[in-house]
Design a protein around this ligand. Structure first.
Ligand SMILES: Cc1cc2nc3c(=O)[nH]c(=O)nc-3n(C[C@H](O)[C@H](O)[C@H](O)COP(=O)(O)O)c2cc1C
Length: 315
């Protein structure tokens, strides 16, 4: 088998990013039912909640789905065990290096795809047994690295001998085609799914995304190595001012405590943390997941045809 969708048993070569407090079992099932790989995100969950979400997802879909383990979660050891016991076929990881778990996951037939933002770290993950690398550029929403998707993906493709999935800043078919042109075998997306009908974030969060322009996001946490892309709002401005004033990590963490939950559940768009990628400026309407994926696939085909036409003119 050659293609990512065939390997994973899904229709499109699209992975839903694990999104803390958002990627529930219900949402993952909706994504899988719409033809992509749905993921339950462990950020903001405990081990028992993960188990419940896996069971819920199974009730709602007979399609494959996976789990994104947010490695800073204090219950990650138990969760790493749950994915084995529950026969989860596909695991992605975020916020760290999952090396110590990979051996056991591989013994149990799990396909492993760490989210990585540098070639050096990716090489280590491949030595540890990763099946794919998700190369995530700094255009992404949430926690980010330094490099852009455009520069990172081809270097990752050249640097590791496993297939590379591109993430960051991809919200339509043009982005999908670009990722494949750079050598990726599939894409992971987060931001554009936040405005799906099925996404459980508060309506105010969705409206803020639809209102956002190309320059709507900023990166907080640079001073303390916790770079996070969010929509610029009152909270973000205050955070950046605190950083500029030399605030310590503890003070900054205290300031943002619970802020993602405030945005996701309460719809607080002023003091909540509205994680979003730079692609939020492309979002125009709230649509069903099936339509988003279909448009991305069709848009990619038409972008690839345009590219072939252009190339024939200069070839
Ligand atoms: C609201 C939000 C929360 C996220 N939380 C996580 C997370 O818990 N774990 C993770 O690995 N990635 C997380 N991400 C990153 C996504 O999985 C994905 O890689 C990223 O969204 C891709 O870029 P895009 O936002 O431009 O589509 C998050 C992204 C967003 C927008």
């Amino acid at each position: 088998m050659k293609y990512l969708n065939e390997i994973l048993g899904i229709r499109y070569p699209f992975i839903q990013g694990g999104m803390a407090n958002i990627a529930t079992g219900e949402f993952a099932a909706a994504v899988s039912n719409a033809g992509a790989m749905g993921l339950i995100g462990t950020g903001g969950m405990n081990a028992e909640e993960l188990l419940k979400n896996i069971r819920r997802c199974r009730e709602l879909t007979d399609k494959p789905f996976g789990v994104n383990l947010m490695l800073l979660n204090p219950e990650t050891d138990q969760m790493a065990d749950i994915v084995v016991r529950e026969h989860i076929p596909f695991v992605t990881t975020g916020a760290g290096m999952p090396g110590k778990y990979i051996g056991r996951w591989k013994e149990n037939g799990i396909l492993v795809a760490p989210v990585i933002s540098s070639v050096l770290m990716a090489k280590r993950m491949v030595r540890d047994g990763a099946d794919f690398i998700i190369a995530e550029g700094m255009e992404s929403g949430g926690h980010i690295g330094e490099m852009t998707t455009m520069a990172l993906v081809p270097q990752m493709v050249d640097g590791v001998d496993v297939p590379v999935i591109a993430a960051g800043g991809i919200a339509d078919g043009r982005g999908v085609a670009a990722a494949f042109a750079l050598g990726a075998c599939g894409i992971q997306m987060g931001t554009c799914l936040l405005v799906s009908e099925e996404c459980p974030v508060h309506e105010n969060y969705k409206k803020a995304l639809l209102k956002a322009g190309d320059n709507a996001t900023c990166v907080t946490g640079r001073s303390v190595n916790a770079d996070t892309r969010i929509i610029r709002n009152r909270m973000a401005r205050k955070y950046l001012a605190l950083e500029k004033g030399g605030a310590e990590r503890m003070e900054l963490e205290k300031y943002t405590l619970g802020s993602l939950r405030r945005a996701v559940f309460d719809g607080d768009v002023e003091t909540g943390s509205l994680m979003a990628g730079q692609d939020c400026g492309e979002l125009k309407s709230i649509r069903p997941l099936a339509e988003i994926f279909r448009d991305m696939a069709e848009g990619a085909e038409s972008a690839a045809r345009n590219l072939a036409d252009q190339a024939s003119a200069w070839g």
